[in-house]
Design a protein. Structure first.
Ligand code: ADP
Ligand code: MG
Length: 256
């Protein structure tokens, strides 16, 4: 599958009078990494939740390769090749790394329900293929040694990587990462940056939300800056970092 183009046009969302996203327009170009940054509460996660169908939009359009997806439920958006990771990691703690990643691969099993019920050889072949594919992903991400370890006991950085592996197992055309570097040490962030670039080079469009501006600048081809639910700047990492409005928005918060 080819990398997808994502376009948001004047997207808005409010919660009981609180304007979470006021008016956001952005394009995540096919096969590129787009960074979405901004202080806490600026509407980044809400934007991602609207893209993935978790929240319906109040206004505006969200298009994936020209098709409006703003009103589709999450499973329909996922079926179009959109995968994500969560700001608060969501994995099955008592299951192993491989089992969690296989969950992402599940929808690609080619065997039908009847084959499964009858325990036909086609099922075993399909399972073996998916397992091999997931093992290759663990290798790519550098977590093969954690294959049989329950994820509940893993470090924060490792659990984030398992989540990325699970998202990749769905064979996405667009990957959305919500603060993937949060809680990672310097070396882990370096490895993650290389991984994001490798994912892009595999032909996946990436939209990454991050607080760590160094990280975003390193991986992004294009950066969009939000503040109070509005886009305040956009451009290349170099352009955005020198903009007074961006410096001001970032100086206003402790942890940005
Ligand atoms: P960010 O990810 O940039 O930190 P969010 O998108 O999480 O920001 O939040 C933007 C604003 O919307 C915040 O004021 C937040 O409290 C509010 N918000 C987000 N989700 C909800 C929700 N489900 N219900 C009510 N308010 C929400
Ligand atoms: Mg957030």
């Amino acid at each position: 599958m080819a990398a997808a183009t994502l376009e948001l046009w004047k997207v808005a969302k409010r919660f009981q009078g609180v304007v979470a996203v006021d008016c956001v327009s952005l394009t995540a170009a096919a096969g590129r990494v787009t960074g979405l940054i901004g202080p806490n509460g600026s509407g980044k996660t809400t934007t991602m939740n609207m893209i993935t169908g978790l929240y319906p939009t109040d206004a505006g359009h969200i298009r994936l390769d020209g098709v409006d997806i703003a009103r589709l439920p999450p499973h329909r958006v996922a079926a179009l090749g959109v995968a994500r990771t969560f700001q608060n990691i969501r994995l099955l703690a008592t299951e192993t790394t491989l089992a969690n990643v296989l969950l992402g691969a599940h929808r690609h099993q080619s065997a039908g329900l009847l084959d499964v019920l009858l325990g036909l050889p086609a099922v075993k072949r399909s399972e073996a293929r998916e397992t091999a594919r997931c093992e290759a992903l663990l290798e790519l991400i550098g977590i093969s040694h954690l294959r049989d370890v329950p994820v509940g006991g893993l470090s924060y950085g490792d659990r984030r990587r398992v989540e990325i592996a699970r998202a990749l197992a769905t064979k996405p055309r667009l990957l959305l990462l919500d603060e993937p570097a949060a809680g990672m040490n310097f070396a882990e962030k370096q490895a993650l940056a290389d991984l994001v670039l490798a994912i892009r080079d595999m032909g996946v469009t990436v939209l990454v939300i991050e607080h760590d501006i160094e990280f975003v600048a390193r991986v992004s081809d294009h950066i969009v800056v939000l503040n109070f639910g509005r886009e305040i700047a956009a451009g290349t990492p170099e352009e955005v970092r020198s903009m007074p409005s961006v410096i001001e928005a970032y100086l206003g918060t402790e942890d940005a």
